[in-house]
Design a protein. Sequence first.
Length: 210
Amino acid sequence: MCFLKRAIAIKTDKDKVLEISIPYSVNQPSTLAKYVFSSLQENYEGEVLTLMVAGIYHLMFQSKDYIVEVHPVNQSGASSKEISDLDVYQTGTLFLANELKDKEYAETDVRHAADKVIAAGGDKLLFIEGPRGGCAPSIKSSLIKEYAQKNFHLVILPAWDFFNSSIALLPNVDCKKFMYFILQKALDTKFKIETIDYLRKLARTIFLMK
């Protein structure tokens, strides 16, 4: 009953969910990394990985020329308008497509994602594996070589590598901006209430969020 009441409150009071406060002293790369890696202990059908990647891109691309588009997780590509799970646009043009898998996947999953980007006029795809994601190394190596011959840059990498390198390259670490963005996107994209509640609770512990 308590959780049901909280779910209704989050759905009906978006502004209140986004009223957050985080101490300035928390804004450290190591603290942000701790939050991201801790959050990935849970999956929530891939929603956590999606929001973590989106939040990092939001901090990375500070210019108004960039837009980070988050799409519903597990939505059929045939019925949706998105190019990948998470698309980054620069002045209205696709800059970087991201396919995010926090579960085992097959060769066909990579091909489908890469071919969809090619069809949209893109020339690169970042295929990020969550903690529960994976595929045979030989398949990944073969696909990377194959698409390189098509002048398409396919990158398949573990989430740990993506986050470690990306956080190190951030011009500024702003944990409040990070949390506001991922919560806003979660609400706008109608992610699960459980996902939102989980990320908020974790932020209270690691970011000292109020």
